[in-house]
Ligand binder design. Sequence first.
Ligand code: PLP
Length: 359
Amino acid sequence: MIYFDYNATTPLFPAVKNAVTAALDVFGNPSSVHGIGREARKLVEGVRAKIANSLNCTPASVVFTGSGTESNNSVLRAFEPSEVLISSIEHLSIINIYPEANQIRCRPDGLIDLEDLEQRLASGRHRVVSVMMANNETGVIQLIPEVVRLARTYGCLVHCDAVQCYGKMPIDFTALDLDFMTISSHKIGGPKGTAALIMKPAHQLASFMRGAGQERRRRAGTENVMCIAGFGAAVDEIFKVNWERIHLLRKELEAGVLNLGLEIVSQEYARTPNTSMIAFADAKQGSIALMYDLSGVAVSTGAACSSGKVDRSHVLKAMGYPELPVIRASLGWQTTQKEIEQFLAVTERIVTRNHKEVA
Ligand code: PLP
């Protein structure tokens, strides 16, 4: 099977498997004061320092959580829904926290509407703004420095979901002057079950989980030492990836796709180097994803799937994009030139078949 779904999750780097295997023997509780506990603590703190170094923030800013979803919930659930301003293209782990929260409009190009953001901020009712760094469906990169500047003008805190950007481009948490940021291990070749919330050390959040005082009282629950070890190894590996090579492969994929008469959503805007949202005219959404699957290519429909039915993407809806069937192809470090050629051959067969069906 050809894997073109790196935005959903990624294969583990071999170094991650080794780190996790080695950590199986580090069984101590990092909160225990004895030697066995201190060994686990040392491992956790080493990974914390590594993550902090990669984001130019202090280790005290890094809080380990269980998933990107949990990091997002930890920030936004600390506020009343009426105090929260989110963009209309956020991941469902934000949209579904407060579906009724004030949502910033998105422009047809996939960027959030900064004028709309400013108008909403001007009401003075909000305390926190949450805008993602890059969208998981289109890959479009938001103008985060502008979002921060506007939020500060109106005295608001800023949370940024950087799950789809971390490791793919440099991020300087301190220079961006963010208050909170989310990253997740399984999107960078690390294990599932661990993620981080980056926050200015001076901030405290009312945790929605009650328990002991782990993670400097910011996230109760014993740290997932084994997965944190893998997270650390993934951080080492992800920054060695040649994203320019992946970008060139995507360019080739998109040229081929356009040649077949298909569209690329937000093609001309700054996007993460690995993501392509491809729109098909004259086809049924369900059948396209199925055809790729049956042809041995794993892609995403780019939309939530509930009770066997694929819902329309809330991102494309917010962009006002026509109601066309779409797939998301997201490449990664194992993607090869040959796989791009195979993907294009499969896409050509699907397009030809659709034409026949429609005719
Ligand atoms: N935010 C974005 C932008 C994502 O793409 C995802 C996962 O797809 C998440 C948050 C949730 O992360 P996790 O799967 O670690 O809960």
